[in-house]
Design a protein around this ligand. Structure first.
Ligand code: URA
Length: 433
């Protein structure tokens, strides 16, 4: 079999055989196929797509390219969630404690932020002494004793996806329905949970920009999960506006704890309750509305906050910061960003807002770069809010004033003002199960 012929087949828009897909994934994993041939096939897939059968097989092969975590000792009680990425997305820090507080087990592997999107691991690393690298037995024991654990995805989970994802990131081949679906699902299936809820983000701050593609990806991922014998459901959520008001690692931890303590942060609360309800509905077989009531009770009663504190301790962290946020990393400098005109904020290009946070130091442009855990943006106004020219609408947290200048220029480009109020947007578009 020759990689040249496989590329040619897909370039001509034809279906790859099972043998060809297996050969491709094996060659990625053992390093025998050079990056330029992998990239050429990725571009052909991006342009010509894949059939459902090809996508299922690609997922299965990538899932088995490394370790497959065995959580069968926990029976049907395990539930995981995954977001396709966004700006200000701190939902794991809230949703996992809600679900664990309801008695279900949340064993979760998370990743780092890249480009304009944030990653849960970076957020967790801003918590004093918190350990994101646990051995398999420490992971299982944290899940058993505390009901949840969130750790760094080990190098050996779906290594073929890791390699593909790094190449996709630099070859403009991220935005492909079969490539996103197989990438996400290979990791989720390998991570072992029996129930999986997917948060398919859609809008200017997400990889998926339109509802039609979001629906296709969500349905495909749900079908892949079910075909693999896992209960799977998906939400399509709004990422045309940053989620909540904080963007950046320690800032987002503060916002997550504030919500757990009862602060009103409407959009963030709605997404978290929905995702938690989706997880509870899958794992318990309850209907989604009953599950919403259960999730809301766990949050509003403070049980989720107590669960959060137990979890931080279980992974070696010091939970004193929940009572004193000054114990988290805090930025040397804070700059005010002011509105450029009177009127309503008509829209915010959320990808550019994410980049504006990244240039302050909160994000990385290449894998492996270190981030400033204290850097980021606190929005005071968002899409739909009214403001006056010169009013402070965001605070920029950073360690260097030139970073604040670059960030402000990006925000100038991202935020559009109008004399009329924009139409209200839903926070959740669809639930697919
Ligand atoms: N998240 C992933 O894990 N993979 C993708 O392809 C896109 C988002």
């Amino acid at each position: 079999m020759r990689m040249y012929d496989i590329i040619q087949t897909k370039k001509q828009g034809n279906e790859l055989s099972d043998k060809e897909i297996k050969y491709f994934v094996k060659g990625i994993t053992d390093g025998s196929i050079p990056d330029y041939q992998i990239s050429a096939l990725l571009m052909a897939i991006c342009l010509n797509g894949m059939t459902e059968h090809e996508t299922f097989l690609l997922t299965e092969e990538m899932m088995h390219s490394g370790e497959v975590v065995d959580l069968s000792a926990f029976g049907n009680n395990t539930v995981d969630k995954h977001s396709t990425g966004g700006v200000g997305d701190k939902t794991t820090l809230i949703v996992a404690p809600i679900v664990a507080a309801c008695g279900y087990l949340v064993p979760k592997m998370s990743g780092r932020g890249l480009g304009h999107t944030g990653g849960t691991l970076d957020k967790l690393e801003s918590i004093p002494c918190f350990k994101t690298e646990l051995t398999s037995s420490e992971f299982s024991s944290a899940v058993e004793t505390c009901g949840m654990a969130v750790i760094s995805q080990t190098a050996n989970i779906a290594p073929a996806d890791k390699k593909l994802y790094a190449l996709r990131d630099v070859t403009a081949t991220v935005d492909s329905v079969p490539l996103i679906a197989s990438s996400v699902m290979s990791k989720k299936l390998a991570s072992g949970a029996q129930n999986i809820v997917l948060d398919v983000t859609m809008g200017s701050g997400a990889f998926i920009k339109d509802l039609d593609s979001a629906r296709k990806i969500a349905k495909l991922m749900v079908a892949i999960g079910k075909a693999a014998g896992r209960n799977t459901a998906a939400f399509i959520t709004n990422m045309d506006v940053p989620l909540g008001y904080a963007i950046g690692n320690s800032l987002e931890v503060i916002e997550a704890v504030s919500l757990l303590k009862g602060e009103k942060i409407e959009d963030l609360k709605e997404v978290c309750i929905s995702l938690a309800a989706g997880m509870i509905a899958l794992v318990s077989n309850k209907d989604i509305n009953t599950a919403k009531t259960i999730a809301a009770e766990a949050l509003d009663s403070g049980r989720a906050l107590e669960q959060f504190k137990r979890w931080i301790n279980a992974q070696g962290g010091d939970n004193a910061f929940t009572e004193d946020f000054s114990l988290l990393p805090h930025a040397k400098l804070v700059f005010e960003y002011r509105a450029k005109s009177d009127g309503y904020i008509a829209s915010m290009n959320t990808e550019i807002v994410g980049k504006a946070s990244a240039v302050l130091g909160a994000g990385r442009t290449v894998q492996g770069e270190s981030v400033d855990l204290s850097a980021g943006i606190k929005l005071l106004k968002k899409t739909g809010d009214c403001c006056h020219s010169g009013e402070v609408i965001a605070l920029l947290y950073t360690s260097a004033s030139e970073r604040a200048d670059s960030s402000s220029e990006l925000l100038d480009a991202a935020i559009v003002f109008s004399n009329t109020a924009p139409a209200e947007q839903p926070v959740i578009y669809e639930y697919i199960d």
